[in-house]
Design a protein around this ligand. Structure first.
Ligand code: MEV
Length: 442
């Protein structure tokens, strides 16, 4: 790196996109090819897309923004975020600024342990089948690991087995469910392929040991042994805003937390806000965001009621936030080494492991949630959202260039952020301005 990476880039939003690229190139040693990616010139080519999925007919783009100001465990991170929703990137950057001034996020993450499931039926007596499987533990581990010797060399691989006997669900066939779990350390891989290969690979031995028949062999996305956690502590004074003291803003945030803890209807929206940040970062980093979503929501239900993934409370003059959720991420495999845009984003993230990425994502989720509940518990979100939404409305109405911002401001001032109003405003411009505003000059 040519200079120390800082995520505190004051005035970044005011720079032109070219100037933003220059700043990034300088700080992160991005080369021309990387910049071409950001400019969309060298973006994912249809030929490569055709190799990635079936029936490819093209590619699909999203805006890519940078979450700024994030500091986790004392290190600064710039977070590429691919998202269509206005306010997500601004919210993470805003919240991260407040948190960094309070010392930044503290985060930790578990070992990258995942579960592969093998479903066994027709095994006879469940106690006896369980005994036979445990008795063959070493053979099962050796067999599972034989399918991925390179993962074992890297320090990962199948570490253990567990047998679970689950009550039969209602239905005509009464046999309890017998499920064998392979406990697998996937190191820096998300691990889906590796886990599925191992689960399929050990199935014949499990059948042979028990005389039963295996059906499903697949990873579990409830990655509850691979959790990431982030916390922050913000002095109440730092929360003062909208002519309200920090203690009042903190009370609103605390009430939001209580609401989400008590009510699944609210918890779903609370968690959606968290995932706004995490999904956007996950898409930009080439992660399987559906797996992250599935894990997050299953984890949110772990005590039988759907709950928030983050909580907030006040402790001796500080607002304390905490988030915990499964984070099955990879820095190897998947589209990471294939998708050219992901490679640039990985350079921008400047991380060395999947575990480091997990901690960033947890902090991004907490930052996103902070921004949402801070506004919801005080002045509401519509004012801020409308200001950002107004730009989209202006574009829809035909505004181009600098006029997008101008029309957006007029819409907000008029308190009427609607496409018809924007059209009306554009139509009322002088002929010269109309041409400039709609890009119909010359
Ligand atoms: C909107 O995308 C996300 C929020 O609804 C999250 C929340 O309510 O906490 C604002």
């Amino acid at each position: 790196m040519s200079e120390t990476v800082t995520s505190r880039l004051a005035g970044f939003h005011k720079l032109s996109m070219v100037a933003r690229h220059e700043k990034l190139a300088q700080m992160l040693n991005l080369d021309d090819a990387d910049l071409a990616q950001l400019q969309g010139i060298g973006a994912l080519q249809p030929g490569l897309a055709n190799q990635m999925i079936e029936n490819a007919v093209g590619t699909f783009s999203l805006p890519l923004g940078l979450g700024l100001n994030l500091q986790v465990n004392g290190k600064d991170y710039l977070v590429p975020m691919a998202v269509e929703e206005p306010s997500v990137v601004a919210a993470v950057s805003f919240a991260s600024k407040i948190v960094r001034e309070a010392g930044g996020f503290t985060a930790e993450t578990d070992e990258p342990i995942m579960v592969g499931q093998v479903q066994l039926t027709g095994y006879g007596d469940p106690t006896e089948a369980t005994r036979k499987i445990y008795a063959a533990r070493e053979a099962l581990l050796a067999l599972a690991n034989s399918f991925h010797p390179s993962m074992v060399k890297r320090g990962g691989g199948c570490r253990d087995i567990e047998v679970r006997v689950l009550p039969a669900p209602e239905g005509p066939r009464g046999e309890p469910l017998l499920v064998v779990h392979l406990i697998i350390d996937t190191q820096d891989a998300m691990g889906a392929n590796l886990i599925n290969t191992m689960a399929e690979g050990v199935a014949p031995l499990i059948e042979q040991l028990t005389g039963g028949r295996v059906f499903l062999r697949i990873l579990s996305n409830l990655a509850d042994r691979r959790l990431a956690r982030a916390t922050c502590r913000i002095p109440l004074e730092a929360l003062a805003d909208f002519d309200m003291p920090g203690s009042v803003i903190a009370e609103g945030i605390y009430q939001a937390s209580r609401f989400a803890l008590a009510d699944p209807y609210r918890a779903a929206t609370h968690n959606k806000g968290i995932m706004n940040g995490i999904d956007s970062a996950a898409i930009a980093a080439g992660q399987d965001w559906r797996a992250i979503e599935a894990g997050a929501h299953a984890f949110a239900c772990r005590d039988g009621q759907y709950r928030p993934l983050s909580t907030w409370h006040v402790d001796e003059g500080f607002l304390v936030g905490r988030i915990e959720l499964p984070m099955a991420l990879g820095t190897v495999g998947g589209p990471i080494k294939v998708h050219p845009g992901v490679q640039v984003n990985m350079k921008i993230l400047n991380i060395t492991s999947a575990r480091e990425l997990s901690m960033i994502f947890a902090a991004v989720g907490l930052a996103q949630n902070f921004a949402a509940v801070r506004a919801l518990g005080s002045i509401g979100i519509q004012k801020g959202h409308m200001a950002l939404h107004a730009r989209c409305v202006a574009v829809t109405a035909g505004a181009r260039g600098d006029w997008v911002e101008k029309i957006a401001e007029l819409l907000v001032t008029a308190g009427h952020v609607k496409v018809e109003k924007a059209r009306e405003l554009i139509a009322s411009l002088s002929e010269e301005d109309f041409r400039a505003a709609t890009g119909t000059e010359g």
